[in-house]
Write a protein that binds this ligand. Sequence first.
Ligand SMILES: Cc1cc2nc3c(=O)[nH]c(=O)nc-3n(C[C@H](O)[C@H](O)[C@H](O)COP(=O)(O)OP(=O)(O)OC[C@H]3O[C@@H](n4cnc5c(N)ncnc54)[C@H](O)[C@@H]3O)c2cc1C
Length: 416
Amino acid sequence: MPDHAEIIVVGAGAAGLAAAIFVARRLPGRTILALDGAGRLGAKILVSGGGRCNIANRNAGSEDYCGSSRHIIRRVLAAFPPEQTVAFFAEIGVELREEEGGKLFPATGQARTVLDSLLAEARRCGVRLLTGHRVTGIQPSPDGLVVATGEHRFVADRVVLATGGQSLPKTGSDGFGYELARGLGHSLVPPVPALVPFVLDGNFHVPLSGIAHEVEIRVRAAGSDPARIRGAMLWTHFGVSGPAVLDASRHWHRARHEGRPIIVTANLLPGDDFAAAEARFMEFSARQPRLLLHNALATWLPARMADAVLASLDIAGRIPLGHLARDVRRRLLHALLDWPLPVRDGRGYNYAEVTAGGVPLQEIDPATMASRKCPGLYLAGEILDVDGRIGGFNFQWAWSSAWLAAKGLHSELAGS
Ligand SMILES: Cc1cc2nc3c(=O)[nH]c(=O)nc-3n(C[C@H](O)[C@H](O)[C@H](O)COP(=O)(O)OP(=O)(O)OC[C@H]3O[C@@H](n4cnc5c(N)ncnc54)[C@H](O)[C@@H]3O)c2cc1C
């Protein structure tokens, strides 16, 4: 006889743990089981935010996400906004500190605090957590949903699918959850890596490794409006990383997946267009006509970067500003405003912080996170077609969608 549980949560990462806690609090005394394939829970929480876990973002709004429906993203976030994340973590003993851009971290500076507190709360609420239970199939049956792991079979009245995406697969989120969703009648927006560095062709980037500066990345892909992302970019031995690049990567991957030609460039003078940059340059040159070009450029860019730009354009850096020919100045400015980033590839799922794509939001009821395809099934977290930019937005999605799933379960099961 298979074990019976009223609710089985498949995947005990951020969304799964939160869903199990929220539902256990609303429906005390029910049998709630959380199954996870990993030997140890919460590997992704522990590595997140550089080991500090950027748990949420105070300013999270639907514009911080991409996905199959902005309207549904807005509804889900509105149901459990960042203030409620702060309140929930305070309840379970995790005080949060805010950093620049609204990023929220545990005051201890340790992701471990977040994981331990979630696990303790899940246990306190009576959730049974089973590790080493990779779910290999979920089948509707007259008795409920049959959830199969290697050796066990469970029957559940309701299942919450919270298996995440496929970024950092060694943590246990290897994309198999998408197959489980498909097996239950869902379609998929094809998954692609997101929040991932770019590998560049050529070797322009190699000597610049370690330099970071502000840019505006532009991803121009045939068939869609250009994506423009402003923020820090870090040059590395393999290419480029840093927040602006990570945020740009989902656009590049999506376009490449769809076979659309893509051009990626960086405006090295973010905020300036050609007219503004030229006016600034002319004013500078009028004030200091004897200043050498490479010294002038080094006031706008890190000095090593300025030299590399000039060398790559074959422009002599030791020429005084007052002697710079108009066509050279214009060539330089055009290049600075649209510096090519010859992207060969992203670094892949082992380096991606999140997966773009997944179960389309139109296939869930946004009031309850219930599947519109399979009765008794609920979905939460990254398995859905939602990806946030860097800065705590992806965890916020996990908490919000988990909370709504618990609310949905409660309204369905409370009377039963
Ligand atoms: C390096 C890194 C750093 C990050 N830093 C941040 C950050 O600071 N802030 C932020 O907001 N986001 C961050 N993210 C993203 C964030 O971690 C995810 O968006 C979030 O964890 C998604 O939660 P989830 O519960 O949906 O999926 P996951 O956290 O991936 O959890 C899914 C769980 O399901 C289990 N599972 C998968 N398949 C099965 C199966 N078949 N059977 C049983 N169990 C299964 C997995 O073992 C896993 O425990 C980071 C991600 C990475 C990789």
